[in-house]
Design a protein around this ligand. Structure first.
Ligand code: TA6
Length: 288
């Protein structure tokens, strides 16, 4: 499998497929602009680090790497539902995409960026996921409805960002947007100020925004998050109690991460007629 993958899809030294210590197959990017990696399990982008910068993505030291289990950190894919299944309590949280193995369908170097296309099929949806590793990380998911009837889905690119310390970080760009607070079950009006993590935070902002900025004063950097084809943005930090309850997340990791998730969930779920497609993407970059 590994040999065939490298024969068909490796790109000289810039993209190679390796066996991770867990036995999972990992695509490793070593380009002129960045280092990165992704797992075929879950189509899961795990690492992205522009040269000379601290990693952009958080990956828990306690993460599992097992088929059928989600990887904790990086960019888990929530599809075709977000959170618990609305009808089946035994169904896995956040859907099926992040725990099944995806296929590689194409790789190339384009303007010195490493571009990878992963594909899979879930419940008569065809998914094509394009990863572009360069000075920025561009992720784009195209979903097509192959069923004979209309279908709807929820999607979240559940991105975990590495933060020096939440005490020195804030998230701007959502000040004017109301949000559904998952902790209280209530919709709250726009706060009119940047988001700071000082307690467990689990919010779904329901609007289209052009740009979100994660300011990290500790590392003297700002991460720009530019969503497209997204009507929802989920913002999450587990804080102490929830961190303790997650076996695949260190008790003391919560101050060094935060999720800002490019999504279409809840009332913003996507409805596709037979043969119809929809695309959602995000560009993550650093303001130098
Ligand atoms: O996106 C935030 C959230 O829905 C939280 O409620 C929390 O459950 C988080 O996702 C992680 O979910 P997971 O199933 O990966 O533990």
């Amino acid at each position: 499998m590994l040999e065939e993958l490298n024969e068909r899809f490796a790109v000289d030294h810039q993209l190679r497929f390796e066996e991770h210590e867990s036995g999972l197959i990992q695509g490793c990017v070593r380009s002129k602009k960045c280092n990165g990696s992704f797992f075929l399990l879950g189509g899961h982008v795990a690492e992205f680090q522009p040269h000379g910068q601290a990693p952009l993505l958080f990956l828990s030291t306690q993460s599992r790497f097992e088929v059928g289990k989600p990887i904790r950190g990086g960019v888990p894919l929530c599809f075709p539902w977000f959170g618990p299944h609305e009808a089946d309590p035994d169904a896995p949280a956040h859907g099926l995409a992040r725990t099944q193995v995806w296929d590689v369908s194409a790789t190339e170097v384009r303007d010195e960026d490493v571009v990878v296309t992963l594909t899979t099929e879930i419940q008569s949806f065809e998914l094509e996921y394009n990863l572009r590793f360069g000075e920025s990380l561009d992720l784009e998911m195209r979903v097509g409805n192959r069923a004979a009837q209309s279908q709807s889905y929820e999607l979240a690119l559940h991105t975990y960002f590495q933060i020096s310390d939440v005490a020195d970080a804030s998230i701007s760009g959502l000040e004017d947007v109301s949000f559904f607070d998952k902790l209280t079950g209530e919709t709250q009006p726009a706060e009119g100020r940047p988001i700071v993590f000082r307690e467990e935070t689990d919010r779904i902002y329901q609007a289209t925004v052009e740009q979100i900025s994660l300011q990290d004063r500790g590392w003297e950097r700002t991460v720009l998050i530019r969503p497209r084809g997204s009507q929802s943005t989920v913002v999450w930090n587990p804080w102490t109690d929830k961190a303790r309850k997650m076996a695949d997340f260190g008790d003391r990791e919560y101050p060094h991460m935060g999720c800002v998730e490019t999504a279409n969930v809840g009332p913003q779920r996507v409805h596709l007629a037979p043969g119809e497609q929809s695309t959602t993407g995000v560009t993550l970059s650093l303001v130098r």
